[in-house]
Write a protein that binds this ligand. Sequence first.
Ligand SMILES: CC(C)(COP(=O)(O)OP(=O)(O)OC[C@H]1O[C@@H](n2cnc3c(N)ncnc32)[C@H](O)[C@@H]1OP(=O)(O)O)[C@@H](O)C(=O)NCCC(=O)NCCS
Length: 197
Amino acid sequence: MVPETIPALSTARVRRCRCRTMHIITAAHLDKDAVRSVHLCAFPENERDIVARLALDLLAETTGPPVLSLAAHYDGTIIGHIAFSPVKIDSGEDLRGYILAPLGVRPEQQKHGIGSQLVQHGMRVLAGNGVHILFVYGDPAYYSRFGFNAETAAPFTAPYTLHYPFGWQAAVLNEHETPRSPATITCVHALCDQKLW
Ligand SMILES: CC(C)(COP(=O)(O)OP(=O)(O)OC[C@H]1O[C@@H](n2cnc3c(N)ncnc32)[C@H](O)[C@@H]1OP(=O)(O)O)[C@@H](O)C(=O)NCCC(=O)NCCS
């Protein structure tokens, strides 16, 4: 069942957030109830539980390079969340990749550019950290606006069979040679579930 109230944030975070401007923070384990709540109310009933669990699993996942988990904060409340996790690419080259999942914005806050700001902020951070390619498995009608496309993802095989192959896309963050033969990617443990693909 979707909670009707938004879980309170830790005092420290509320203090940091007296202004009424939306800003983006790194989500921490302390924010887990608020992050869970975002995805439970953003996603349809048949997806909300598995996506909320993924978001929390990624918050707890310790990897090198690390998961990037960002929250949109407004007036003391987390209203949106996005995660980017590293992938291994077996191309034989030093190709550094991440995958975007999940992304959710509270329904009453949608269509105000929050989702776009979360995606673009994360892309800037990853590009600055030398990541070459960012994958996403989602609706091309949304993600194409950020430079994701199926052509860039084509040389890379997703780790699981895709229910919607047209949703497999990638965006180049830093130029790098494309693999000559198909390369398979491997995700972090939290994404290793066929039901997510
Ligand atoms: C997708 C989502 C994160 C976008 O967040 P947002 O803050 O509303 O995004 P923005 O304000 O930056 O962009 C809104 C635009 O995206 C469009 N949009 C949202 N979801 C879309 C989709 N699946 N396909 C195409 N366009 C979509 C909106 O219609 C709106 O269009 P407009 O700019 O022409 O008005 C939000 O709608 C959401 O949480 N949806 C439910 C969960 C979900 O589907 N997550 C993405 C998984 S692929």
